[in-house]
Every structure is written in structure tokens, then in C-alpha cells.
Design a protein around this ligand. Structure first.
Ligand SMILES: Nc1nc2c(c(=O)[nH]1)N[C@H]1C(S)=C(S)[C@@H](COP(=O)(O)OP(=O)(O)OC[C@H]3O[C@@H](n4cnc5c(=O)[nH]c(N)nc54)[C@H](O)[C@@H]3O)O[C@H]1N2
Ligand SMILES: Nc1nc2c(c(=O)[nH]1)N[C@H]1C(S)=C(S)[C@@H](COP(=O)(O)OP(=O)(O)OC[C@H]3O[C@@H](n4cnc5c(=O)[nH]c(N)nc54)[C@H](O)[C@@H]3O)O[C@H]1N2
Ligand SMILES: [Mo]
Length: 774
């Protein structure tokens, strides 16, 4: 294994020197280095801008410099000196650009001018803002029904932009709000709302500092929420338990260090004294949780029989919950054999996990995409809730539930009403305030939006950020659906593939990034965001905008609204002159935002409050409710099994260390030891050999689904990796073509990106030749 080998083991800890080296490299590689360092120093501080990276929050009392490797990459990526304007598009036809990689496209720089697609020349040409708005208005007003348009949102949009957007779209007349959340934490929201009456995490940063045990389930914080490593490390140091549940041994969870405290880097990571790492089958977490509950129930009975203190929190259960008896009956009825087989863990392992859970007085459970991107994700989330209720681990300091959000404002966007199934209370509040009728029928989520465009039921697609064409499942089908549209519009900072998969008409509307000064008629504006702990704070851009032609997201939305709706009770232009006016509307219509403008002066922002954390339950019964689901009979889709196909492996799609969703910062995945390439598929060496291959072989991955369509990605390199048998892992978005559009979560419609039944085939020699000569 040499330094040039694309696959080589990573031996350091996560964070630490490696992270700093990588940041330095990305700074030096940028033409803006000095400016960026200045910008970095303002990230996540009062009067600076909110990190455009992830939704992790900070302890309010934390020190001055708060950034991590990935925050640095995100800021740097946004403030690049390169730009993509009329000259660039004059040089490149859209069909030529489509042949470039996702990495190349975004690397070209910041979008600088509003552009309109010209089908005759197959090029984007410069247009004016007013013409662009007029074109959107013309298409929207031509539709037979407002429900023929789709309004997508990615989770970076600020509260102000999101609020204005939902107001415009509802004034226009639809609830078609597909959003990235549909592909992300939808199951957490649905499951927790149903069980506890609140769809957000119940913990704040402080709880992590007081927990006796922290479970990290289906999450890779070393890469995706690096600032979470710090409280985890501190937890281990104070003797709290950290329990990881993840089929892959993620380096960032095994050993972690703090890049900003150089002394800590001399050691080799925290000693794993009170930590444990369980590696379940994909989709096996519900069975594991059920197994833990079954052990607890056994011990509870033993304790009661022996007259010892009970295992369950009886006072809490009595006062605050309903449905316990049914739940315990379901636990009793679940056979150990089913638990063992589905979890992929030994009973010894499950018992150890149960002991660690029982030993702790205060337990926080954190989770992310390893839990939410399965068919039975709502049931799994609710099983996590059930387990926490048994010992009163909801609504007490140092304990609670923490679905760790992805995009930096994905949680805030939902709070602002980006919701295809809006609660009646929100719609009532809007009608009271604005005196126009809002649509009541539920709109489309992401999967339904693709289906509607595919069938010609929707004809206009507008994206507020994001990369819809690449982030969504079933790439071939999704691209065809977008091409079927009469108009596609993208409000974006950087060029991506979605902009190239055009409808008959298409627009690219370039916007300011969060790092940039947002100057409006009445002065510079700040915007607000909500982090994963429901803390709301303001963010002020610091850098000069990359181009004089850029407009802010709220200004673009206001422009579209005014052009589309004409004379209207909402004065869009006055709202964007001073965003404080948008915040007044938010204060008047969204619960928790009373005195919004005044409360933004509090350093670190303010907490929105969380009823479940106060042990107030907004459910029908007024109590927290145990929801019992049977374990799924089988995890593999029944239709696939009915055809008699046995998958070679189950594939999960995940993020590398050098990417932010579909944005690729680089081609390395340092902690997993992959350098300079992304077309790889990880599996255990035993499995690779069992299937008749050898590590390094080139394979096609074929997805097994029962609708007769071929789903294949070609020429991936097999990488032997320490992981459970039966599984494979590969990067998103390269493997999105394998995710069937109709394979989604029950209730959630979240694509099952962590559970795809696949077959491996030797890559066709012709493709191999192409790859070698390319
Ligand atoms: N740098 C960076 N930061 C990001 C992002 C990014 O792309 N890059 N994306 C942001 C967004 S939008 C999100 S949603 C978050 C995503 O944050 P994560 O959820 O950490 O992201 P994934 O890479 O999808 O990782 C899922 C993890 O779950 C594990 N896993 C997969 N299936 C299962 C399972 O069935 N059970 C269990 N127990 N584990 C499983 C995988 O091995 C992997 O470690 O990160 C946010 N932050
Ligand atoms: N197979 C598979 N698919 C997945 C996932 C998975 O784990 N596996 N994860 C899912 C998850 S959790 C999520 S959240 C989605 C993400 O889906 P999206 O949110 O749609 O995708 P991103 O890649 O985050 O979007 C990146 C683009 O956003 C634009 N952008 C960046 N900053 C700004 C800004 O400030 N304003 C505006 N207007 N635009 C900006 C840039 O043009 C950039 O190209 O993907 C989902 N898809
Ligand atoms: Mo996400």
C-alpha cells in the first residue's frame, strides 16, 4: 500500500491535525485566502454569519472561534473567486456541460447573472431580472390550476426567505412544497409528533453536557456534524457512556479529537473505556431497540419479584404516558429469534446495550439518516421514543431525543411553513393575518412531485436552492420528469446538474450566499436560522457580493410574487426593504416568535421552546403515547422476494468526507481511506469473495425492484471494508440511479436510500476500456 494507492488505511484520529491540514489546503487552493480567514473568524459568532454547513448548534457560552473543517470548506466554497456568467455559457452548450462531472460543474464558480435557456442554440443567455420574473409569471398564470406547479426548497434557505416563499406560493394557491426534508428527517418529525406532540428534538446543547449516556445511532458525526465530536469527547472524559450503533466502524466515532485545542492532539484519541460500538444489519435498529426493551422488561419483572427498585420510571409512566400495557404486550410477543435475526446482533450484544442504557440515569439518543431512510423509519423512531419513555428519559435535564438535522436551516424552513401537509393552525393564522384564502388540500412531497411531473400533471418546477435532479432517487426517471416540464427555475449560488436538466423554458436566478452582505433599500439585512436544538439566531453576511447582479433570496421571491400576483394585499417590495417587516409577520403568525425582532438581540439567539421537553404533550390524550408496531416480517421488499430474487447485498448510500450532499469539495474520503475516486463500493472481503469477486475488481451494481425497469450504475471498484456481511455501501449521489422512486418509507415518502437490494455483475469490458482511456 503506497501513498499513491487510491485505497489506503487511515491511521489517525478524526478531527485533529488531519482536519486542520485539509482546511489549510482548501484555503490555500482558493484565490480568496485572506478574505476567507477573516470570514471564518466571524462564523457562528454574534454579528457574524451562521455557518452554511450543518444544523449543529453551539453552547451559548462557547468560545470565540467556532468552526470545523467542513464549515471552513462550506464558507470557502461559497466565497470562491471564480464565476460563471454570460461568457462561460457562451462558451459551453448545455449538452456539453451535461457531460461534465458534478464536481467540475460546481467548481466553475459562483453564478453571476440571471440566465435564460435558449433551446435553439442549446445555451443559457443573459436575461434581465424583470424579464426573468415576467417569464415565471407568464408560465404560472397560464396553468389550469396552481397545483400544476412544484415549489421545492433546500434546507439552506433562511427563515425570512422561507416564510416569504410559502406566503407567495399559498397566495398563488397550492401546497406543493416538496423539500429536502422529505428525503431527510421526515420520519423523525412524523414519529415524534405522533408519539409526543412535537416533531423536533427535545434536547439542547446543555443536555449533552449532563447526560450519563449518549447513543449515536445511524449517524456519522466525524464527517457530517464535526462539532458534535467535542461534546462526545467531553462526555467520554467525564466518564459518561457513548454508545455507537452503526454497521460501519466510522473513524470519526471511534476516535475523536478537537482541532482547536492543539494539546489534545498529542494523544491518540480518547480511550474507549465506557464506550461501545454495535454494528447492526441495515434497517436492524428497530429490532435492536425492541431487544433492549425486552431485556429491560425482564429485569423489571425480576426486580419487582425480588422487591428491588424498579427498572422503569413508574412515576413518569403513570403521570405522563398512555399505551404502556399494549406496548409491553408487543414486546412480550416479539420472539427473540426475530430480534436477533433482524438486528444482525448477538443476544450478548443486545444485552450489553441494554445494560449500558439501564445503568445511566440520563440518556440522550441522537440519530440521523441511518434511521430515517428506511421503509419502517417511523416505526423505528417511535421504538426509540418508547425506549426513552420507559425510563423517563424525555423532558428531564441531561436526557432526551435528538434527531440531528442536516442542512443548516432545514428545521427552520419547516417551522416557517415549508410543509406540503400544513397544520390547520398555520393556515388559519395566515388567513387571519392576510385576508386571502389559502389552499387547504395537501400538496406534493418530493416523490409525488416527481410522479406529477413525470405524468404531465405538473408543468412548472421552481427550486429555492438545492440540486433536485441529483439529490432525488431514480435519476433517469427524475431527469425525464424535469425535462417534461414547460418551465424549470433554479434560485442558486453555484452551477449544478439540475440547471442543465431543463424544461422547455429554463431560468437560473443567481442569489447571494449567507456569507455575503445583503444590501436592501433600507440598509444591510440579516437573516435568521434555527439550529437542531431549536435555537434561533441572526446571521449577517460579511463579504462583498461576488457579483453586482446577484439578488437575495427574499428579493427574488418578492420579484416573482409581484410579477405573478400583480395587485395584491401583500406589499412584497416593502417587506424586502427591511426584513424586520417579514419577521413581524412571522411573529404574528408562527407560534414561538412573539417579539421576534427584539429577541434577536440576545447573544446566541433565543430558544423556541419545546413542549415535550417541558413534559407538556400536545397529543389527543394530553400524554406521551407508546406506539407499538410489530417488527417488519422481512426488510427486503415483498415484491422483490415474490419474484424469487435473492439480493447479493443490501446497499446503503452515504456521504464521503469531502462532500456536502451533492456538492463535492474533493474526491477523497480520508477516514475511510479512499483517495481521488468516488465510484467505489464497500463490502466485507468475505462477501466479495463469496460472490466470486476480488477486492479491486470492477463491477456494475444492479438494483432489484419489481417494476421491470433496469436500474444500473457501471464500473465501480470493489473495496474490502470492515463491515457486517450482507451489506454494501457506496456514495450518494452517484448511486441515486439505483434507488427506485417507489421504494419509500411508510408514511414518510422518504426514499429508502439506506436499503437497496442489489446484485453485482462484472463490469462490461467495453466500459472498462472507456474508463481506462478517459
Ligand atoms: N460535511 C457534510 N456535512 C453534512 C452533510 C454532508 O453531506 N457533508 N449533509 C448534511 C445533511 S443534509 C444531513 S441529513 C446530515 C447527514 O448526516 P448522516 O446521517 O451522518 O449522513 P450519512 O452519510 O447519510 O450517514 C449515515 C450513517 O448511518 C449509517 N447507517 C446507514 N444505514 C444504517 C442503519 O440501517 N442503521 C444504523 N444504525 N446505521 C446506519 C452509515 O454507516 C453512516 O455512518 O449531515 C449534514 N451535514
Ligand atoms: N441516495 C441518497 N440520496 C439522498 C440522501 C442520501 O443519504 N442518499 N440524502 C438526502 C438528504 S438528507 C438531503 S437533505 C437531500 C439534499 O438535497 P438538496 O438540498 O436539494 O441538495 P444539496 O446538494 O444540498 O444542494 C446543493 C446546491 O444548493 C445550492 N446552494 C448552496 N447554497 C445556497 C444558498 O445559500 N442559496 C441557494 N438558493 N442555493 C444554494 C447550490 O447551487 C448547490 O449546487 O438529498 C437527499 N438525497
Ligand atoms: Mo439532509
Amino acid at each position: 500500500m503506497s501513498q499513491d494507492d487510491p485505497i489506503r488505511e487511515y491511521s489517525g484520529a478524526a478531527g485533529g491535525w488531519g482536519a486542520l491540514k485539509s482546511v489549510t489546503r482548501s484555503w490555500l487552493g482558493s484565490d480568496n485566502a485572506v478574505k476567507n480567514i477573516r470570514a471564518m473568524l466571524k462564523t457562528n459568532q454574534d454579528h457574524g454569519f451562521d455557518c452554511p454547513g450543518c444544523a449543529w448548534g453551539e453552547a451559548p457560552e462557547n468560545g470565540l472561534v467556532k468552526f470545523c473543517e467542513n464549515g471552513a470548506k462550506a464558507v470557502n466554497w461559497e466565497s470562491t473567486g471564480r464565476s460563471v456568467g454570460p461568457a462561460f455559457f457562451a462558451e459551453h452548450r448545455v449538452s456539453d456541460l451535461l457531460r461534465q462531472s458534478d464536481y467540475w460543474l460546481e467548481y466553475q464558480g459562483r453564478l453571476s447573472h440571471p440566465m435564460r435557456y435558449d433551446a435553439d442554440s442549446d445555451r443559457y443567455v443573459e436575461t434581465s431580472w424583470e424579464d426573468a420574473f415576467a417569464l415565471v409569471a407568464e408560465h404560472l398564470n397560464r396553468l389550469e390550476s396552481p397545483d400544476q406547479a412544484e415549489f421545492y426548497t433546500s434546507g439552506r434557505a433562511s427563515n425570512e426567505a422561507a416564510y416569504l416563499y410559502q406566503l407567495f406560493v399559498r397566495a398563488f394557491g397550492t401546497n406543493n412544497f416538496p423539500d429536502c426534508s422529505n428525503m431527510c428527517h421526515e420520519a423523525s418529525g412524523i414519529g415524534m409528533t405522533d408519539s409526543l406532540g412535537v416533531g423536533k428534538g427535545t434536547v439542547v446543547f446543555d443536555d449533552l453536557e449532563h447526560a450519563d449516556a449518549i447513543f449515536v445511532i445511524g449517524q456519522n458525526p466525524g464527517t457530517n456534524h464535526p462539532r458534535m465530536l467535542e461534546p462526545l469527547r467531553e462526555a467520554v472524559q467525564r466518564g459518561a457512556q457513548v454508545i455507537c450503533i452503526n454497521p460501519l466502524k466510522e473513524r470519526g466515532l471511534e476516535r475523536f479529537q478537537h482541532p482547536q485545542k492543539p494539546l489534545e492532539m498529542l494523544g491518540n484519541g480518547a480511550e474507549p473505556t465506557s464506550t461501545a460500538y454495535f454494528r447492526p444489519a441495515l434497517g436492524g435498529d428497530m429490532a435492536l431497540m425492541r431487544g433492549i426493551a425486552k431485556y429491560l422488561l425482564g429485569w423489571e419483572r425480576e426486580a419487582l419479584a425480588a422487591g428491588e427498585p424498579p427498572v422503569f420510571d413508574h412515576a413518569f409512566l403513570e403521570e405522563h404516558t398512555v399505551g404502556l400495557d399494549d406496548y409491553l404486550a408487543a414486546v412480550d410477543a416479539t420472539p427473540w429469534a426475530h430480534i436477533r435475526a433482524q438486528s444482525g446482533l448477538s443476544l450478548d450484544d443486545i444485552e450489553l446495550a441494554a445494560q449500558m442504557y439501564r445503568r445511566a440515569e440520563r440518556v440522550v439518543m441522537c440519530w440521523a439518516m441511518g434511521i430515517t431512510q428506511h421503509r419502517h423509519s417511523v416505526a423505528t423512531v417511535q421504538e426509540i421514543v418508547n425506549l426513552q419513555l420507559l425510563r423517563g428519559n424525555v423532558g428531564k435535564p441531561g436526557a432526551g431525543l435528538s434527531p440531528v438535522r442536516g442542512h443548516s436551516n432545514v428545521q427552520g424552513d419547516r417551522t416557517m411553513g415549508i410543509d406540503e401537509k400544513p397544520p390547520a393552525a398555520l393556515l388559519d393564522a395566515l388567513e387571519r393575518r392576510f385576508r386571502f384564502e389559502v389552499p387547504r388540500a395537501p400538496g406534493h412531497n418530493t416523490v409525488q412531485a416527481i410522479q406529477a411531473m413525470e405524468e404531465g400533471r405538473s408543468k412548472v418546477f421552481l427550486g429555492l436552492g438545492g440540486n433536485f435532479a441529483q439529490a432525488t432517487p431514480d435519476t433517469k426517471r427524475t431527469h425525464a420528469a424535469l425535462r417534461h416540464c414547460e418551465l424549470t427555475v433554479h434560485i442558486a449560488t453555484k452551477l449544478n446538474r439540475s440547471h442543465l436538466v431543463t424544461g422547455r423554458d429554463a431560468l437560473i436566478l443567481p442569489c447571494l450566499g449567507r456569507t455575503e452582505i445583503d444590501m436592501q433599500a433600507e440598509g444591510p439585512q440579516g437573516v435568521t436560522v434555527e439550529d437542531t436544538f431549536s435555537m434561533v439566531h441572526i446571521s449577517h453576511g460579511q463579504l462583498t457580493p461576488r457579483s453586482a447582479h446577484l439578488r437575495s433570496e427574499p428579493a427574488i421571491i418578492a420579484g416573482i410574487a409581484r410579477a405573478t400576483l400583480g395587485d395584491h394585499p401583500v406589499d412584497w417590495m416593502s417587506l424586502i426593504a427591511d426584513y424586520g417587516r417579514i419577521r413581524e409577520l412571522i411573529a404574528d403568525t408562527i407560534p414561538g416568535f412573539e417579539d421576534f425582532n427584539a429577541r434577536l438581540d440576545q447573544p446566541g439567539g433565543f430558544h423556541l421552546g419545546n413542549a415535550a421537553a417541558e413534559r407538556v404533550w400536545h397529543t389527543d390524550s394530553g400524554k406521551a403515547r407508546f406506539r407499538c408496531h410489530a417488527l417488519p416480517e422481512a426488510l427486503v421488499n415483498a415484491g422483490v422476494l415474490a419474484r424469487g430474487e435473492t439480493p447479493d447485498l443490501i446497499l446503503q448510500t452515504l456521504r464521503s468526507h469531502d462532500q456536502y450532499n451533492t456538492t463535492l469539495y474533493g474526491l477523497d474520503d480520508r477516514y475511510r481511506g479512499v483517495f481521488g475516486l468516488r465510484e467505489v463500493v464497500f463490502a466485507s472481503e468475505t462477501e466479495i469473495r463469496r460472490l466470486g469477486f476480488a477486492p479491486g475488481d470492477r463491477v456494475d451494481l444492479v438494483s432489484l425492484w419489481d417494476d421491470g425497469r433496469e436500474r444500473r450504475v457501471s464500473d465501480f471498484q470493489l473495496v474490502a471494508y470492515d463491515m457486517p456481511d450482507g451489506q454494501a455501501a457506496a456514495y450518494y449521489p452517484e448511486t441515486n440511479p439505483l434507488v427506485p422512486l417507489d421504494s419509500y418509507g411508510e408514511q414518510t415518502f422518504t426514499p429508502t436510500s439506506k436499503f437497496i437490494a442489489i446484485r453485482l455483475e462484472h463490469a462490461a469490458p467495453s466500459q472498462r476500456l472507456d474508463a481506462e482511456t478517459a
